[in-house]
Write a protein that binds this ligand. Structure first.
Ligand code: ZN
Length: 427
């Protein structure tokens, strides 16, 4: 039985790290994130796991299997947060994995496969404007040079930040894992949206993960006196930026059938004074969809809008793509095994796409992968009010544990090859 008190105690302990007046701030590779990671490592060791820390800063904690050379069952999530975030995003999945191991220990269950728990580094884009650095390095989806120029908002380079955390940036690519090392990867996460609560379901079995395409858009006009510059002689950078935001909204609303969304969530105005016509604005654009072509249509509309505004408003607009990721489907066998576990445990569930990105989308390039969601009350996330009832988390853990046992005991077809290799090598 999953122990609710033990889970709550660990959960509360984890959320003492980075606690502020306005929610949780445990930025990637920060002091607070190091402290929570150290605590998590201590918990893993206490439960008999062997812990390694890879050159990207990912934690990998292994529970040995009866057949130690078989590809492992991978579980996990992340412990970093956005600025002033909630207590549940990432923490729920990381602690679910730990609780499953604790429960298997209590029940004296030894699995055939090893179980690997991952706490991924830098899942959130809050620090560098670049998400999932740990799992992207682990899966070889990015190279060092793709992130070598990143800085945080204080201008500190990723190299300096890595070094302070005891990591050598030059060795970051050594985090790459062999695709044969995992039989499956599964992550439990809060939904971060309103659907499960609205439909009164306990579990969301994720079918696919929408991928973001992100841009930094710099709109340059002319700063001028707000009193003495007539309306028809202005090159107002903010008005251009506002039109871009409105056009993005319009384009994404036409693509709602594909779950497509577009957001301008960050804008800076130069010089930023009440009596000056804005001379420059910098905005960050985030477009997501589980359909590549739908997302492309919104991107195309963004580019056309920029061309039109440059002419119509005499602005100079630079549009830099920050990232462009492919939507990822979850593995059919993993979806099946989650549905079966929901049936066996009498859990109500729906199949649904994920609008938010997760480490699982990268892990899917390595092995069969899947996710389940537990409800987010009010759909609130990345905010101090983020909440999921403990009983809902426990339900999710029970489903995940059942699925872990399935994968840990019954080798999939692809493993037969691995098994033969293993049997051969032991003769
Ligand atoms: Zn998360």
């Amino acid at each position: 039985m999953v122990k609710m008190n033990r889970l709550k105690q660990t959960f509360d302990h984890v959320n003492q790290f980075g606690k502020t007046d306005k929610g949780m701030t445990r930025l990637a590779y920060s002091k607070e994130e190091k402290r929570v990671t150290d605590y998590f490592i201590a918990c893993c060791r206490e439960s008999g796991l062997t812990v390694t820390f890879d050159p990207a800063g990912n934690v990998i904690a292994r529970r040995p299997g009866e057949e130690p050379d078989l590809p492992a069952v991978g579980l996990g999530s992340h412990l970093d947060t956005v600025y002033e975030g909630g207590k549940y995003d990432g923490v729920v999945g990381t602690l679910a994995a730990l609780e499953i191991v604790r429960d298997l220990n209590d029940r004296k269950i030894r699995t055939k496969r090893p179980i690997d728990i991952f706490s991924f580094a830098c899942e959130e884009s809050a620090r560098f404007g670049f998400s999932q650095i740990g799992s992207k390095l682990m899966t070889g989806l990015i190279k060092k040079e793709d992130i070598a120029k990143l800085t945080d908002k204080h201008g500190e380079t990723i190299q300096t930040i890595f070094a302070r955390r005891g990591l050598d940036f030059d060795r970051a690519e050594e985090a790459k894992r062999s695709p044969h090392s995992l039989a499956v990867f599964m992550e439990m996460h809060i939904e971060q949206g309103p659907i499960l609560e609205a439909q009164n379901k306990e579990i969301g079995v994720v079918t696919g993960i929408a991928a973001p395409t992100r841009f930094s858009v710099c709109v340059k006009g002319h700063a001028a006196h707000s009193g003495s510059t007539p309306m028809n002689q202005r090159h107002d950078a903010l008005i251009g930026a506002a039109e871009i935001a409105l056009e993005l909204e319009r384009a994404a609303r036409q693509e709602m059938a594909y779950g497509t969304v577009a957001t301008v969530g960050d804008i800076e105005i130069e010089p930023g004074a009440m009596n000056v016509v804005p001379g420059e604005t910098n905005l960050k654009v985030d477009i997501r969809s589980i359909s590549r072509s739908s997302k492309n249509r919104v991107v195309q509309h963004l580019r056309e809008t920029i061309d039109r505004l440059e002419q119509a408003r005499h602005l100079k607009i630079e549009c830099t793509m920050l990232s462009d990721e492919e939507p990822v489907r979850m593995h059919a066998q993993v979806i099946d095994s989650f549905e079966k576990a929901c049936g066996e445990q009498n859990a109500s569930y729906i199949k649904m796409p994920s609008g938010a990105g997760h480490d699982t989308m990268n892990m899917a390039s390595l092995c069969p992968a899947g996710m389940i969601f537990v409800p987010s009350i009010g759909g609130i996330s990345h905010h101090p009010d983020e909440h999921t009832d403990l009983s809902q988390i426990v339900k999710g853990i029970e489903i995940l544990e059942e699925t872990v046992l399935h994968w840990a005991e019954f080798p999939s077809d692809s493993d037969d090859r691995e098994r033969k290799r293993y049997e051969k090598s032991s003769f």
